[in-house]
Design a binder for this molecule. Structure first.
Ligand code: SAM
Length: 503
């Protein structure tokens, strides 16, 4: 009977999202409702408390799937509460009919289990109303369950201003919803949230990560191994579930890290990790590294390398040519005396750049009065793809580009690649470029990248966050090969090479 009710509520949320007349509300408010299977999985992370009365908060509740799944679970507890007070926030009042119907059904279910369910639905903006609640500091909650909206918070916006006034410095809605919510927990209160993994790294989220770990204790992190995205097919971003408690976090607390290999949660990998093995105490960026125990050795190996990129005297930037912003006549298929090579992701071939190639994209660029500042001088560069596909085995794919082989003048780099350079010119030493390319293509670097990024996009900041060997070691490695060897060989070279440590 409980299953039937949850199935009905699930269907109701699917109807609400597929309703053509609601497209505007759906897009504007990011109404991607949590499937009941996931909502139930999230609810299973809450621990039972022995209380006669419990208060639950559901911010951005949609049609109420999360509350429904959790309350159904409470109805199954050994020692049930006598009263549940549920408070829900939703900006879109057009959902009220469906939401009220679902809540009435839940009230019946609770009644059948000897529980009185009192609910209050507030059709208000949670950022404003939630912050008011934080300031009033009353009506705190035992349980909070949420799947927040994701959109960016603009720095000039009223939302950003009122958040900052409360000391909450966050770059988007999901972090704002979460930071407000955990401030509304009672001592030892519990919160479960589903959100993108992007906050685990990235400079924009640094204050948020610091806030999160000072306000709460992380009990569990669940990652979805399958990249078939749960809600957002178009977003190549991993989704995670966090389970938090309003308690003081200690360095020796353990965090349960689970991983479901399929979307039905049947095959889960479980590891317990100390908090200080997830967020390293000396890491000023407080990156949340979701890694399994044996992987710690690899992280240590990477951290023992001596150089930052700036110490090597090398920089990395994103290709400055955005093809659709160029004058159409500047990008060409046919060679003329004034055209230079134009390089895209498509030109990558096993550690090298092949040019020209047969492609739908114009392989030549002609300098004009606008783009001349965006062209780079002829030289040797190491290029890294910015986007990899879900299917590609590795996130970091690097290649050496020796422009001198093609043109002694200039080159255009497309915006979907990153390029390593010295003061916007080439890296003058071919062996240094080859060594850097081999190092970047190693599984060590790829693995390290995955410990802090769940995205298929490789940003310049990510490449700057990696440690590098000394220049002499990179040159030495570069001397070892002519053509980039197969992966196994690359990893053997990196694993067996005796890199000098920092002095
Ligand atoms: C990602 S959906 C999740 C809905 C529901 N929690 C679930 O899991 O099925 C986010 C919900 O937040 C609502 N929302 C968006 N902005 C809001 C705001 N500022 N205040 C309150 N609710 C908001 C949207 O209308 C939408 O229903």
């Amino acid at each position: 009977m409980i299953e039937d009710l949850l199935e009905k509520i699930n269907k109701c949320s699917i109807e609400a999202t597929s309703d053509e007349t609601r497209i505007q509300q759906k897009e504007q408010n990011e109404q991607y409702f949590t499937p009941i299977s996931i909502a139930s999985f999230m609810s299973s992370m809450f621990k039972e408390v022995r209380k006669n009365e419990i208060n639950i908060l559901d911010p951005g509740c949609g049609t109420g799937n999360l509350s429904a799944a959790f309350i159904a679970m409470v109805c199954d507890w050994k020692r049930k509460p006598k009263v549940i007070n549920l408070e829900l926030f939703e900006i879109d009042e057009t959902l009220s009919e469906k939401l009220n119907k679902n809540l009435s059904e839940l009230q019946k279910l609770c009644g059948d289990n000897g529980i009185t369910l009192n609910f209050t639905t507030r059709y208000e903006d949670f950022i404003i109303a939630g912050l008011n609640k934080v300031n009033e500091c009353n009506d705190l909650f035992d349980y909070i369950i949420l799947n927040p909206p994701y959109r960016k918070l603009y720095s000039e916006s009223n939302h950003k201003r009122i958040l900052m006034e409360c000391g909450i410095d966050v770059p988007n809605y999901y972090a704002a919803f979460l930071a407000i919510s955990y401030r509304l927990l009672k001592a030892k209160g519990q919160l479960v949230v589903i959100l993108p993994r992007s906050f685990c790294s990235g400079t924009y989220f640094k204050s948020f990560r610091e806030d999160l770990i000072t306000q709460t204790k992380i009990d569990r992190i669940h990652i979805f191994k399958s990249r078939k995205d749960l809600f957002y097919d178009e977003v190549l971003q991993e989704t995670i579930i966090l389970s938090l408690q309003k308690k003081v976090q200690k360095l020796n607390d353990t965090i349960l890290i689970t991983e479901s290999l399929k979307d039905d949660f049947t095959e889960t990998k479980r590891t317990h990790k100390r908090f200080d093995n997830v967020i390293f105490p000396l890491d000023s960026k407080k990156i949340i590294r979701i890694i399994h125990t044996p992987d710690k050795m690899i992280v240590d190996q990477m951290h023992s390398l001596p150089c930052t990129l700036s110490k090597l005297g090398i920089s990395v930037s994103t290709g400055p040519i955005v093809d659709f912003r160029e004058k159409p006549e500047s990008l060409r298929f046919e060679y003329n005396l004034w055209s230079f090579p134009m390089i895209y992701q498509e030109n990558f071939r096993q550690g090298k750049i092949e040019w020209p190639i047969e492609s739908e994209k114009p392989g030549l660029i002609v300098e004009d009065d606008k783009n001349y500042k965006r062209l780079r001088p002829s030289g040797i560069y190491v290029l890294v793809k910015r986007m990899t596909t879900k299917e590609e085995r590795k996130r970091i794919v690097a290649a050496v580009f020796n422009n001198k082989e093609y043109s002694d003048q200039k080159v255009g780099f497309d915006n979907k690649i990153n390029y390593y350079h010295i003061a916007q010119g080439g890296i003058d030493d071919l062996n240094l470029a080859k060594g850097l390319c081999l190092y970047l293509n190693s599984s060590l670097v790829d693995f390290y990248f995955r410990t802090f990024s769940g995205s298929t996009q490789v940003n310049v900041a990510d490449l700057k966050a990696i440690k590098y060997p000394y220049k002499e070691d990179l040159i030495q490695i570069g001397r070892l090969f002519t053509e980039l060897p197969p992966q196994e060989e690359i990893d053997k070279i990196i694993d067996n090479y005796d890199f000098k440590k920092a002095i």
